[in-house]
Structures are given as structure tokens and as C-alpha cells.
Design a protein around this ligand. Structure first.
Ligand code: SF4
Length: 485
């Protein structure tokens, strides 16, 4: 489909709005001025700003042009042209987006900005009337903002969090878009990887100390960190404990993502070395769906791991579920959620399936339709009602591209047990220093509110082969903090 952009610079937003409705369509954006192009290739969307704002949608069975008055404010013109297109595509598809035409911005952060600059009432009205967000999602944003705010405010100007990446997994899930490598092919890289990772951790710890940074949280993610054996896990965690001032650290998370990688030995290593929060992520407790997503464990295995983890008395145990997995039904999703709620976990994160370009699902040609969106919507509604009833509150929320039905991911928590790191990273509250392959360091300048990103190599073999360069890039982190002083 061609999207013509005539006499305006808002191609990014116009493409995003179109993608909401046509996530799998190949879109070609054509920018031009005045009458450079007079014939358009159907099917097409023509957006233009001249004396007025005008949008034409020309599909085989639907042709319509709508106009609106131009303003002096460029930002408002961007919103106006987007909203004309959004309303035309809503009319054509019959689909009402839960988050309206909000794309590319974090809804809760945006809600907070509006609330702080005007009022909560204004924020709600603006979401509803200017962005067409549904009442249910406005309410979700409002409640999430309330629980997120206190966590954000608890961070200091020199605060930072540490992220450590373990990009290995026992097998690759069909929906995965991360760089994670299946251990079947990369087992031999784990030992050298962990050795170098410990060096990078130590190097980073020195930078943190030299610049008097205040460690708030540690998050070991991936991948599946518990793919490491107990000795490797212990070595890595001890490297963290000896390299950073852990006295200020308020939360230490290890993603024990895949139940088939967890053992009593590993849980003991985590507990004995100061880990306070673990995450076990079955994504569904339906065996046939587990098999279809490429998991090598059963629902029963996952439930047993929650029981085993319970005996180690971590401050917080999290579980992840995904709504919208292929072949999962509303009833089976509800059953999965109920089983997790029965375990009385402190955190339950409910994701919406997002089919990214690099996922196996995309290669297999999997797409989703209106019925999938409706089914996913019912799952999320069930989750919301159940979790509220059981005393959980939403404390962070984010959205990704190509999510089924354009819904959201929500972290639910018992009050006081929120996952701090999740809020800090999503809100971009403070700097995140990242170690390991695929890690992205984000340096926050509180004066300008800008983030500088420094990327590590993506794959473990690149990380091992170019380790000197990894340390060189860490020197840029040091320079950043020195220049801030
Ligand atoms: S466990 Fe996570 S990182 Fe590993 S393959 Fe599955 S989705 Fe990807």
C-alpha cells in the first residue's frame, strides 16, 4: 500500500497510524511537494496540508476524503492530520483501537505529564477526545500512574540500575525476537562468555564507584540466566556483589524465565548470594500451547517450580503470562491465570502477544485478525478483573509494535512488592549500565532529560571476539559522568 505525504513532515506519525490497522501490510511512503505527483497508485492513502488539512483513503471498496482546518501550531497540525486518518481507517475497518491513536509514546508517562501540567481531569479528557483512548484504558493508565509515581520519585539524581545480559536459552520460543541463542548451538560459548562478563562487571563497578553513583537495582535478564550452571551463576553474582556497593541496592532480580532451567541448587545460589526477586515465566499453563510455542516443559513442571521457589523465601516471585498466543482460548488463558493466582505470587505480568519481524512466527507467516484481537481483549479483561479482585495493582505498563489488538503489557503487583527495575527502565527514570551481549547502556542527563545509548555487541561470539571494544565503549560511560560534573 502506498502512503503519499504531500507538503508536510508528519510521515512518521502517518505511517504509525496506518500500521495500527495494517500491521502486516507492506507500506511504501512517498513524500512530495505540490504537484510533483498527480496520479496515485491504488490502494493508497493521500495526506496533505495546503490551505487546509486533507486525507484521502482510496481502497478498492472504500474511497473517502475528509478535511479539517489547519492551525498555527505545527504539533497540533500533526495531531489533526493523524486524527483525520485514524477516523477514516476506523470507519473502513470497523475496528476501535483500545489506546486510540496513541503510538510511539508511553501512555502512562504521557498521562502523568498532562496531569502534572494541567490536572487529572484534563489528562482524562485529552486522552478521550484528542487521542480516542477508550474509557477502560484511561482508567488503567490513571491507576498505573498512581503506583508508578512513588517508585519514580524514590530515585535520586545519581541513581542508576545495573542490567546484566545472559543471551542463552534452552530452545527458542516461536514468538521470540531477542538475540538469545539456543544452548544446543552455543553451549561451548557459555564458559568463556561468563569469564569475560565478570571482567566487564568489574570494569563497570569501578566506573560506578569513581563517579559516586548510587545503585538502586540489579536485573539479570536475557535470555534465560538460569541456563548457566550453579557455578557459573555463582561466579557472576559474586562478581556483581564484589564490584558494586550493594548496600544501596534495593532489589536484585534474576529472570529464571524457563521452568526447565531451574533446579534447587541454582535457587540456593541465588538466595545465598543476595537475590531478592526471581521471575519464572511459563507464559501459559496449557500444555498444547506450551508445545506450540517451542517450550520443553509442561504446565505441571512450571507449577512445581513455583512451589520449589517458594521454599527459598524470596522477597518477590514474578510470573509472566502472554495473552493472545495462537490456539490459546479465553477459557484456557483464564485457567492459567487462576493457577498462578492460587500460588499467591507477589507479581504477575500479563503481556499481549507481539509478533516481531525477527520472530519464528513471522517466518512461518503467522498473522492475526479481528477475532484474535477480540479473543485477546477478553483475556486481558479477565486478567484485569481477577487481579484487581485478588488485591493486585497495575504498577507499570508499556506497549510494543505489532501487538495483537494493539493492547498493552501490564505488570501487576501486591502493594509494596512492585518490581522497581521494570518501572525505572520503562520510565527512563535514571541511567541503566548494561553488561553482556545485547546489553544497551542508557545514560540519563537529568538537566536535558536526554538519553545517550551505548550498545554492546549483540551475539555472544561477537562479544567474546571483540571484548576489548566492549571495554572501550565502557570508557565512554566514564566520560559521560565526568562531563556531567
Ligand atoms: S525464553 Fe525468552 S529470550 Fe528465551 S527464547 Fe523464549 S522468549 Fe526468547
Amino acid at each position: 500500500m502506498k502512503i503519499y505525504i504531500k507538503n508536510h513532515p508528519f510521515h512518521y506519525e502517518i505511517e504509525n497510524i496506518t500500521r495500527l490497522f495494517f500491521p502486516y501490510e507492506k507500506l511504501q511512503v512517498v513524500k512530495f511537494i505540490d504537484n510533483e505527483i498527480t496520479e496515485y497508485e491504488s490502494p493508497y492513502i493521500l495526506t496533505e496540508i495546503n490551505d487546509e488539512i486533507s486525507v484521502t483513503v482510496n481502497f478498492r471498496n472504500f474511497q473517502k476524503t475528509e478535511t479539517t482546518t489547519k492551525t498555527e501550531d505545527e504539533k497540533e497540525n500533526e495531531r489533526l492530520i493523524s486524527s483525520v486518518l485514524y477516523n477514516l481507517l476506523t470507519e473502513y475497518t470497523g475496528i476501535k483501537m483500545p489506546w486510540g491513536m496513541i503510538t510511539g509514546i508511553r501512555p502512562v508517562k504521557y498521562f502523568r505529564n498532562l496531569k502534572e501540567n494541567y490536572s487529572e481531569e484534563y489528562a482524562k479528557e485529552y486522552f478521550k477526545n484528542s487521542y480516542f483512548v477508550s474509557d477502560e484504558k484511561i482508567n488503567l493508565a490513571k491507576i498505573t500512574e498512581k503506583y508508578e509515581k512513588d517508585i519514580i520519585n524514590s530515585s535520586k539524581e545519581n541513581s542508576f540500575s545495573l542490567y546484566v545480559s545472559i543471551p542463552f536459552c534452552p530452545s527458542r520460543c516461536s514468538y521470540c525476537s531477542f538475540v538469545s541463542q539456543s544452548v544446543a548451538r552455543t553451549k561451548h560459548l557459555i564458559e568463556p562468555y561468563v569469564d569475560l562478563l565478570c571482567k566487564e562487571i568489574e570494569y563497570t563497578g569501578n566506573i560506578a564507584k569513581e563517579n559516586n553513583l548510587h545503585l538502586e537495582t540489579v536485573y539479570i535478564g536475557g535470555g534465560t540466566p538460569t541456563t548457566l550452571n550453579p557455578n557459573q551463576l555463582e561466579k557472576m553474582i559474586k562478581a556483581i556483589n564484589s564490584s558494586f556497593n550493594m548496600e544501596t541496592c534495593r532489589e536484585f532480580t534474576v529472570e529464571a524465565g524457563r521452568p526447565d532451567t531451574i533446579t534447587a541448587d541454582k535457587l540456593k545460589v541465588l538466595k545465598d548470594n543476595g537475590v531478592t526477586r526471581i521471575s519464572i515465566n511459563p507464559q501459559t499453563l496449557n500444555d498444547s500451547v506450551l508445545e506450540k510455542i517451542g517450550r520443553k516443559h509442561t504446565a505441571q513442571n512450571a507449577l512445581e517450580m513455583f512451589d520449589l521457589a517458594g521454599t527459598y523465601d524470596f522477597n518477590c516471585t514474578n510470573a509472566d503470562l502472554i495473552a493472545g498466543l495462537p490456539t490459546d482460548t479465553v477459557e484456557s488463558f483464564a485457567h492459567s491465570l487462576d493457577k498462578l493466582v492460587e500460588k499467591n505470587l507477589e507479581n504477575i505480568t500479563v503481556h499481549t502477544l507481539s509478533i516481531k519481524r525477527s520472530a519464528d512466527y513471522t517466518e512461518q507467516g503467522l498473522t492475526t485478525n479481528k477475532e484474535d484481537a477480540e479473543r485477546t481483549g477478553k483475556m486481558l479483561q479477565y486478567a484485569e478483573e481477577t487481579l484487581f479482585n485478588k488485591g493486585y495493582v497495575p504498577y507499570y505498563l508499556y506497549r510494543q509494535s505489532r501487538m495483537v489488538g494493539n493492547f498493552e503489557n501490564v505488570g501487576w503487583s501486591k502493594v509494596g512488592k512492585e518490581g522497581l527495575y521494570n518501572v525505572f527502565i520503562m520510565d527512563e527514570t535514571h541511567s541503566i549500565l548494561a553488561c553482556g551481549a545485547g546489553g544497551a547502556t542508557k545514560l540519563k542527563n537529568h538537566q536535558t532529560n536526554c538519553l545517550t545509548r551505548i550498545f554492546n555487541y549483540k551475539f555472544p561470539y561477537e562479544y567474546i571476539d571483540h571484548f576489548d571494544e566492549i571495554l572501550n565503549r565502557k570508557d565512554k560511560v566514564n566520560n559521560f559522568f565526568k562531563e556531567l560534573k
